[in-house]
Design a protein around this ligand. Structure first.
Ligand code: NAP
Length: 272
């Protein structure tokens, strides 16, 4: 039986095993997908070990995505983004990044037209970088706002967008067609808002990459009559893109979405 897996540290929170095991079963592939806790200083050995044992492929999550670039050969997109979230073994160990593809497919799935749209992307970390590079290829006008403005400037310069600080959101948000939160703000209940709710309006699309809970941003968007999109389908589509790299086959995204939403429900019920 082929083994696939995700490496991270910590890794207990990962929804990838549930999502990928459901997908592999639906695809009729005799394989299993496990989560492995791998500390950063053991990543090189862990990747070599997985290759030696004939693993079908790997995903990487925090804090290993950036470190992997120093260890394996990555494709142009992963190198530009500065992070690897998928590894394939086809005689060679190759790094890829499917996060941006996942985000764009999720937006397109929701009917968002990106070409010519004014997009405000908040954040300049790993998720934001993946989204920025892929979005730029779709012809969107991108304004990047980040707490650390220097990081926003570096990212904006590399993709041909404009850079701002979080204070500028006051004037950026009202004129945006699409607002994307790619920061970790909103992961926990009680996190302060990045900008006041009244800046949002009907007709806008608000996409929050966070998938673990309904964030205040998404609640504000819905209350303002804007379209609110959470990070679940980004997670599903980045996983589908990884499966396609590993197997050459189209992944069953509906099955994957159901598995993710069921795991999230279970987790919420356990917390009650
Ligand atoms: P990261 O590389 O650590 O970047 C974190 C970002 O959040 C940075 O832009 C950082 O700003 C900003 N930030 C953190 N705390 C802040 C605060 N208190 N106020 C304002 N900005 C703050 O993390 P990441 O890997 O990009 O992940 C970001 C989020 O995306 C996480 O919630 C993660 O779960 C989610 N994610 C979702 C998917 C999906 O498939 N849906 C995929 C990947 C990631 P500075 O630069 O100023 O520090």
């Amino acid at each position: 039986m082929r083994v696939y897996g995700i490496f991270g540290d910590p890794i207990g929170h990962s929804l990838s095993p549930a999502m990928h095991n459901a997908a592999l079963a639906a695809m009729g592939i005799e394989a299993c997908y496990h989560a492995f806790r791998v500390p950063p200083h053991r990543l090189k050995e862990a990747i070599s070990g997985a290759e030696a044992m004939g693993f079908g492929g790997l995903n990487l999550t925090i804090p290993l995505k950036e470190i992997a670039l120093e260890i394996i050969e990555a494709d142009d997109l992963a190198r530009a983004i500065g992070a690897v979230n998928t590894i394939s073994f086809d005689g060679k160990v190759r790094g890829h990044n499917t996060d941006g593809k996942g985000a764009i497919r999720s937006l397109q799935d929701a009917g968002v037209r990106l070409r010519g749209s004014e997009v405000v992307l908040i954040g300049a970390g790993g998720a934001a970088r993946a989204i920025a590079y892929t979005l730029a290829g779709e012809g969107a006008e991108i304004s990047i706002a980040n707490r650390n403005v220097l990081r926003a400037e570096e990212l904006a310069e590399s993709i041909g967008g404009s850079a701002f600080g979080l204070k500028d959101l006051e004037r950026l948000i009202p004129r945006a067609d699409v607002v994307i939160n790619a920061t970790s703000v909103g992961m926990r209940e009680g996190n302060p808002r990045l900008f006041p709710a009244h800046l949002l309006k009907k007709g806008q699309v608000v996409f929050d990459v966070i998938y673990s809970r309904e964030t205040e941003l998404l609640k504000d968007a819905a209350a303002a009559g804007a379209a609110a999109l959470d990070g679940v389908m980004m997670l599903v589509y980045q996983g589908a893109a990884a499966l396609q790299i590993w197997t050459g086959r189209e992944a069953p995204v509906e099955v994957m979405e159901q598995a993710v939403r069921a795991s999230l429900r279970e987790r919420r019920e356990r917390r009650r």
